[in-house]
Design a protein around this ligand. Structure first.
Ligand code: GDP
Length: 217
């Protein structure tokens, strides 16, 4: 698992401190907002804890959820942070792997994600969220394959770590890291989080701050 210095944790805190707002939603390539600041996207199976994680990162209790109305779930949702005109942008990607989803929905989802991942120069990294209780599932392979083909930097974030013992967490982390080492575009470390306890949230902010600092060098 990744390690961060106190200075990096502080840089992460500063990066996220301030006001976050919903700025746009897009259900097709044509309706994407113009590219501005660096973008960090979050993907994961439905119910993995993506909304909760985005709310924990931004310190807004219902930022991610408030923009989600039924029927809009197949959209990319954009949130912008402090530091205008080109502050950090978080992108909430539609959840996948929902068993009852119609085939046409899955096809729409796949096309939207494919188009977004292949044409977004401002996209700095995608965090793929994985439930710490379950580990990687077959549904995660589709997005991981697409990320690899598009050569988009990506990394796994374990969610709901409060639901597993320390021993289970270590075991799951080892298995996920081993699987990710086989994917060359993936960053093999992972970050273990809990939106419920706040564990790992400062580290995830620090990882994003580190990435942006590296990119601007
Ligand atoms: P999404 O569908 O991926 O956006 O997932 P949500 O953020 O809506 O969370 C799905 C469910 O998991 C909700 O019932 C949350 O309360 C729960 N959940 C989310 N994060 C955590 C966490 O860190 N710990 C625990 N125990 N439950 C969580």
């Amino acid at each position: 698992m990744s390690d961060f210095s106190d200075a990096e944790v502080e840089a992460g805190r500063r990066l996220f401190a301030g006001e976050w707002n919903f700025t746009a939603s897009a259900g097709s390539l044509g309706s994407l907002p113009p590219m501005a600041g660096p973008e960090i996207a979050f993907a994961g199976r439905s119910n993995v804890g993506k909304s909760s994680l985005i709310n924990a990162l931004t310190g807004r209790r219902s930022l991610a959820r408030t923009s989600r109305t039924p029927g809009r779930t197949q959209e990319l949702i954009f949130f912008s942070g402090p530091g205008r005109p080109a502050g950090l942008v978080l992108v909430d990607m539609p959840g996948y792997g929902y068993a009852a989803a119609a085939k046409t929905k899955v096809a729409d989802w796949t096309r939207l994600i494919h188009d977004f991942l292949h044409g977004r120069a401002t996209l700095s990294r995608v965090y793929v969220l994985v439930d710490a209780r379950h580990g990687l599932k077959p549904a995660d392979d589709t997005i991981l394959d697409t990320l690899g083909q598009a050569a988009v930097s990506h990394e796994i974030v374990l969610t709901k770590c409060d639901q597993v013992s320390a021993a289970e967490l270590a075991e799951r982390a080892t298995a996920v890291e081993a699987a990710m080492r086989k994917r060359p575009a993936a960053f093999p470390d992972l970050i273990a989080t809990s939106a419920r306890t706040g564990a790992g949230i400062p580290q995830l902010r620090a990882a994003i701050a580190r990435l942006l600092a590296e990119r601007s060098r």
